[in-house]
Design a protein around this ligand. Sequence first.
Ligand SMILES: [Zn+2]
Length: 216
Amino acid sequence: MFARRGRSRTSLLLLVALGALTPFMVALAPDREARAAISVAIEVHGGATSQLNCQWHPAFGACGTGAGSALDWANARGSNVYLRTRSFRSDGTWSIGTGTIVNRSGSTGCYRIDVDIVDDFAFSKGSLIYLHTQTWTPGWSVTIHGSPSGYWQQWVVGFTSDHIEEQQRGCTTTGPHLHQAASSAWTPAYSRYQVPGSYPGYLNPGQWQHRQSWQW
Ligand SMILES: [Zn+2]
C-alpha cells in the first residue's frame, strides 16, 4: 500500500515537471527560433501629377493651414487617380496586405473614395483618403507586395471629379485636383511638401507622402 502510493506520487511529480517545461520546449523549438521578427513598411506617394497646389492641411479641411494629413495635387477632370506604394518587408519579396477601394461619397458634398489597408494577418492599417475622386471599381482589392529594398506598385483606383458638379453638390472646391489624406495610423511627411510648387521627384524612393511601419 505504501509502495503504491509512493510510486503514484513520483508519477504525479514527473507529470507536473513535464507540464512546467512544455512552454520552454515549444519556445526553443527550431522552427520558432528561426522566425525572427519581420519588419514591414508601406510608403504611399502622391496619386496624381507632380504639381502641388496646397501644402499640408486637414484631411477634411481647406487649404492653407500647414497642419493635417492632406496635400492637394493638380489633376485634370477625369484623369486617373493612383494608389502608389513602395513597400518593404525584411525577409524577402512577398505580399504584405491588401488595399480595397471603398466609395465613401455621400449623396451630397465632395466625392470621396478610400483605400482601406489590411495586412496579411487581417489587422486593419487604416485608410488612405482621396477626395474629389470617384471610382468605377468600388470593392476591388489589390495585393500589396513588399521587398527588402522596396517594392514599387501603382494602381488606378479612381478619377478626378468635375469640380463644378461637386460645387453643385455643396462641396467647397475651387478647381479640379486630388486632395489626398490618410487616417491617423499613417505618418505624414511634414519635412517635405511644405510649399506649393513642382515636385518632379515625388515618386522617387523616400519622397512619400504617408508612411506606416510595423513588425510581425
Ligand atoms: Zn485639399
